[in-house]
Design a protein around this ligand. Structure first.
Ligand SMILES: Nc1ncnc2c1ncn2[C@@H]1O[C@H](COP(=O)(O)OP(=O)(O)O)[C@@H](O)[C@H]1O
Ligand SMILES: [Mg+2]
Length: 246
């Protein structure tokens, strides 16, 4: 994978493929590197299906890193792959599944703490992107597998960044959170409520637009997944989300 010249420059004496990481869009692998000095480190190699997506992700990673937003360090950018620092931790989805299981429906401080960290990350990300590009940009792929809880909260996966209003991301994010298995639990509504409370004073969001975008995402899910059903009749779930948001 790594060229002889690259290994010499980085002081790498050997490298071992450790695992393929879960990815639907690309090929993402974890490598262990033995260093000339005797130590070791772990790097992630992300191979992209399309070169322009690779270029975009490298560019956004650089913008966010230079603004102090927590993202994996970019060690090397080739035409269709990136070599990234490995962040030890778990995805926000793994955190959600484990925490919801333990807390059995009760909203506790852990949930509010993570909601606060997550909203801090989102607010600083949108500010950095708008500052760099002179217009608002969104992440679009805001599913919880694209955020890692390590020593702090990190964002990943920027290949689908594009122009847009943050309401689009936040509405989609809420729709994703509510529909992870088991969907629409009180705990998941609690997590959305904690995120809303943390975001509201810091991002000038229209909550009506957020709810509209969540509705659009629910409709996309219904098209994509033949067995997906919104619970309740006559849009009662959508009404519940609107009551929670505004
Ligand atoms: N730098 C990293 N450190 C640790 N895990 C990572 C890193 N980058 C990716 N991953 C893991 O690999 C998965 C896929 O990576 P991602 O960049 O989201 O690729 P894709 O575009 O295929 O979704 C992530 O959900 C995460 O679990
Ligand atoms: Mg991803």
């Amino acid at each position: 994978m790594f060229s002889a010249e690259f290994c010499r420059r980085e002081g790498i004496v050997s490298c071992e493929h450790r695992a393929d990481l879960p990815s639907k869009k690309n090929k993402v692998s974890l490598y262990r590197l033995q260093l000339a000095g005797g130590g070791e480190k772990h790097w992630v190699v992300k191979r992209f299906a399309a070169a322009e997506r690779c270029k975009k992700e490298a560019e956004i990673l650089a913008v966010l890193a230079s603004a102090g937003v927590a993202v994996p360090r970019l060690n090397f950018a080739a035409e269709n792959y990136l070599i990234l620092e490995y962040i030890a931790g778990r995805t926000l989805l793994a955190w959600l599944e484990e925490t919801e299981g333990i807390q059995e429906g009760e909203l506790q401080t852990g949930c509010e703490l993570v909601a606060g960290q997550f909203s801090d990350w989102l607010v600083s990300c949108y500010a950095a992107l708008e500052q760099a590009y002179g217009e608002p940009l969104i992440l679009w792929d805001v599913q919880l597998r694209n955020f890692l809880l390590g020593d702090r909260l990190y964002g990943l996966d920027f290949e689908e960044c594009k122009r847009g209003r943050p309401e689009t991301d936040i509405g989609r994010l809420f729709a994703f959170i509510l529909t992870y298995h088991p969907p629409f639990t009180a705990w998941k509504f609690g997590f959305v409520t904690a995120l809303r409370a943390s975001l509201a004073p810091r991002l000038p969001l229209s909550w009506q637009l957020v709810a509209d975008e969540a509705d659009r995402e629910f409709a996309r899910m219904q098209k994509r997944r033949p067995h997906f059903r919104l619970p309740g009749e006559n849009g009662s779930l959508a009404a519940q989300l609107r009551r929670l948001l505004y």
